[in-house]
Write a protein of this length. Sequence first.
Length: 100
Amino acid sequence: MNDKYHFDQSAVIPYRLNNGKVEILLITSIRKKRWIVPKGFIEFNLSAFESAKKEAYEEAGVLGTNETIELGTFNINKYGGELSIKVFSMEVVEEHEDYP
């Protein structure tokens, strides 16, 4: 029997196109000053992608298009259980200086 909990999260890799070239947005966490990928638990009333888009705004102040590609899923052990994280691409259309 598996005693671990299972949690679902989602994340986005934010990018923009500049003269036809892809630029990946690098994000630094506020507290630890490390590179991060915006991610969080999938909210019950949102899809995995919608939750990830919300995290991108909350953690980096970026808004993106609704067109996406699911890049894949990876699993990590954290919070006393296993996290399954779906990762999506998101083309950035707005960057905000002030955000939650």
